[in-house]
Design a protein around this ligand. Structure first.
Ligand code: ADP
Ligand code: MG
Length: 385
């Protein structure tokens, strides 16, 4: 039985905004699914539809095999954690943790026996608070008030408040977005481990594809209210289904070059801005139906190589910018309509070759191909394509 299922769910707000369109999503019990996409793509709306804070305009929302359309949030057995932890300022950590449990106990259903409602005793409240405090490393902080906690500690309390309720589903809306990067990475790992330990169903929302890739068993890429691709992180990276996913997943981002597929001397090649590059035999086979058509070549910075001059078939581009990253650097290369980014290994040079022309090549097997107008991937890009 699926923990959460959305069937053809659409949400249009009263002001006419179509926030979510015809969304189909099945989340298995114990799965950690990440919804990722740019700001405004409908992530929060999707979570709110599951939580019962919004009702869909069309479609069916089910939790644990039960249709929940029309059910208020407190009857859905879900817990939602927001970007800014909403703690009660006048209560200490212990009481903040217990608050939801005490408030909701008339509605708390005993999961083992289905729908019968049970009251949670103070003894159980204390046990669960102690357990969550241990799990989230809050034991030393139980007597502090929220204003005596750091941002990360506050967020841990907010998570703990969800944990004590033992919901069937956790909904997390950019819970780490407000934290400093080092703390964000640490909390990300903690969350990941928490999920492993508890095997709870989690739907995690973020605009950060790095976070999405690091956390998700499965990552769902949303754009303008529509699912673009739902896959394991490796598949999203290696075989993006369209140009949007290709550009959104992976950092540094994929470079795109517009051109045409043109035959020359019996071979098909990619032609753009005065260069013609032959395709590999298997690419010729897959892309033959698109000969003569406008296409976009996609290539990831990690697959671009800066060769020594005259090292082989390559194109000459000018280095316009070198950005040191630490262990490597990011080179921006340009000429005419070509602009490529290359991830160059090794410590950054003291005098980067900005303004010089270099020979640039890449592993053609790593090239991705897209229809220029629809953005749809032609064949399957990447090493398995
Ligand atoms: P995300 O969380 O991905 O940034 P949201 O789900 O918050 O996106 O928003 C999706 C779209 O719906 C946006 O265009 C946003 O402006 C709009 N929207 C969100 N909430 C409301 C609302 N209560 N009323 C009207 N429009 C809304
Ligand atoms: Mg949001």
């Amino acid at each position: 039985m699926a923990a959460v299922e959305l069937h053809q769910v659409t949400k249009q707000y009263p002001n006419g905004v179509l926030a979510v369109r015809d969304l189909n999503l099945t989340v298995a019990e114990g799965e950690l699914v990440v919804l990722v996409g740019p700001s405004g793509c409908g992530k929060t709306t999707t979570l709110r539809l599951i939580a019962g804070l919004e009702e869909p305009t069309a479609g069916i929302v089910s939790i644990a095999g039960r249709v929940v359309n029309g059910l208020p949030p407190h009857r859905r057995d879900v817990a939602m954690v927001f970007q800014r932890p909403a703690l009660y300022p006048h209560l200490n950590v212990r009481d903040n943790l217990a608050f939801g449990l005490r408030l909701r106990r008339p509605f708390l259903r005993r999961r083992i026996s289905g729908d019968s409602e049970v009251v949670v005793s103070e003894k159980i409240v204390a046990e669960r608070v102690a357990e969550a405090a241990r799990m989230l490393d809050l034991e030393e902080l139980l007597n502090r008030r929220p204003d005596q906690l750091s941002g990360g500690q506050q967020q841990r309390v907010a998570l703990g408040r969800a944990v004590v309720r033992r919901p069937a589903v956790f909904l997390l809306d950019e819970p780490l977005a407000g934290l400093d990067p080092p703390l964000r990475n640490e909390m990300r790992r903690e969350l990941h481990l928490l999920h492993r330990r508890l095997a709870i169903t989690m739907i995690y929302v973020t605009h950060d594809q790095v976070e999405a890739m690091a956390l998700g068993d499965r990552v769902i890429v949303l754009d303008r209210g529509v699912i673009q691709q739902a896959d394991r992180p490796r598949v999203l990276y290696q075989r993006p289904r369209n140009r949007f996913v290709a550009g959104f997943i992976g950092w540094p981002s994929m470079s795109f070059i517009d051109g045409e597929l043109i035959g020359r001397d019996g071979h098909l090649g990619f032609s753009a801005w005065g260069w013609w590059l032959p395709l590999l035999p298997e690419q010729e086979r897959v892309l033959a139906p698109h000969a003569g058509r406008p296409v976009t070549l996609g290539i990831r910075p990690e697959h671009v190589r800066i060769a020594a001059p005259q090292a082989g078939p390559a194109i000459s581009l000018e280095v316009v910018l070198v950005e040191p990253l630490g262990g490597g650097s990011l080179w921006t290369l340009r000429r005419g309509g070509w602009q490529l980014t290359a991830l160059v290994g090794g410590p950054p040079a003291d005098q980067p070759p900005v303004g010089q022309t270099v020979e640039v090549s890449w592993d053609m097997r790593q090239a991705h191909w897209f229809d220029r107008s629809s953005g749809v991937c032609l064949g399957l890009g990447g090493p398995e394509g």
